[in-house]
Design a binder for this molecule. Structure first.
Ligand code: ADP
Ligand code: MG
Length: 244
C-alpha cells in the first residue's frame, strides 16, 4: 500500500475551483517536489494531506487512514504528517526547547524529560544545540526554519510536508535549510516539498509534480521532468524556462 493516496481530489471556494481532480500516490521514502505558478494550488494541495484544508470531492489516505473521514482524529493525523511553512510559525513566546517539547507532551503525552531528550536529539541534527534556550526572535531566519524542521521531526512523522521553506529567507540562509532537507532525504524520510529550488529537486527528488490552475499537469520522474527533449506540457515548459 502506498503511504499517501490522493484520488480525484477537488476543492472549490464558492464557484472557484482551487483543486480539480488531483490524483497521485506517494510511496514510503519518496521525495516529491511540487512546483508550478503562484496560485496554482500547491499550498492548498499539500495542506489537504494533513487536514489543514478541507476538500469537497475525492479521497485522501495517509497510511490507510482517510483524511476527510469525520471519524479520523485530525490531531493524531497531524502528529504523523509533519509540516514546515514558509514563515516558520514557531511560538515566539516560547524558547527553542519549549517549541520542541510542547506538542510532544500535549499530543504524544510524553513527560518533560523524554520530550527534552528527543528535542535535543533533533536540535543536534539541525546543528542548533547551542541555541536551545534562545527565543525564536533571537535567531536568524535560517536558524528558525531549522528549529521548525526539528520541531516537526520530534513528532516522528511518517511524512514531512514543506511549503516553500526557503522562500522567505535571505539568499545566504537558503543553503543551510536545504542542507538539512537533503540530509533528511538521504535518511529515508518521505517528503513532499513545494519549492522552486530546482537544484534541490535535481539533487534529491525522485519525482516532480507540476501544477497549473488547480490541476496536476505533470507527475513524472525527475529525469523526465528536467529532460529538455521530454514531452512536457507547454505550461511546464514555460515555467521551467522562467526559473532555470
Ligand atoms: P499556490 O500555493 O500554488 O500559490 P494556493 O494553494 O495558495 O496556491 O492558492 C490557490 C488559489 O486559491 C489562489 O488563486 C488563491 O487566490 C485561492 N485561494 C486560496 N485561499 C483562498 C480562500 N480562502 N478563498 C478564496 N480563494 C482562495
Ligand atoms: Mg503557496
Amino acid at each position: 500500500m502506498s503511504l499517501i493516496q490522493l484520488e480525484h481530489v477537488s476543492k472549490w471556494y464558492g464557484s472557484f475551483a482551487v483543486l480539480t481532480d488531483c490524483s497521485t500516490t506517494i510511496e514510503q521514502g519518496e521525495v516529491v517536489v511540487v512546483c508550478g505558478p503562484s496560485g496554482s494550488g500547491k499550498s492548498t494541495l499539500i495542506k489537504t494531506i494533513n487536514g489543514l484544508e478541507p476538500f469537497q470531492a475525492g479521497k485522501i489516505l495517509v497510511d490507510g487512514v482517510s483524511v476527510g473521514d469525520s471519524k479520523t482524529s485530525l490531531t493524531a493525523l497531524r502528529s504523523q504528517v509533519g509540516m514546515v511553512f514558509q514563515n516558520f510559525e514557531l511560538f515566539p513566546h516560547l524558547s527553542v526547547m519549549d517549541n520542541l517539547t510542547l506538542a510532544q507532551m500535549k499530543v504524544l503525552k510524553k513527560d518533560q524529560s523524554m520530550a527534552s531528550e528527543q528535542g535535543l536529539k533533533y536540535l543536534n541534527r539541525v546543528g542548533l544545540i547551542d541555541h536551545k534556550d534562545k527565543f525564536p526572535g533571537q535567531l536568524s531566519g535560517g536558524q528558525q526554519q531549522r528549529v521548525a524542521i526539528a520541531r516537526a521531526l520530534c513528532m516522528q512523522p511518517k511524512v514531512m510536508l514543506f511549503d516553500e521553506p526557503t522562500s522567505a529567507l535571505d539568499p545566504e540562509m537558503v543553503g543551510e535549510v536545504l542542507d538539512v532537507m537533503v540530509q533528511l532525504a538521504h535518511d529515508g524520510m518521505t517528503m513532499i516539498c513545494v519549492t522552486h529550488e530546482m537544484g534541490f529537486a535535481k539533487k534529491v527528488s525522485n519525482r516532480v509534480i507540476f501544477m497549473d490552475q488547480g490541476r496536476i499537469v505533470e507527475d513524472c520522474s525527475k529525469d523526465e521532468f528536467f529532460n529538455a527533449s521530454a514531452n512536457r506540457s507547454p505550461r511546464a515548459q514555460e515555467f521551467l524556462s522562467k526559473i532555470i
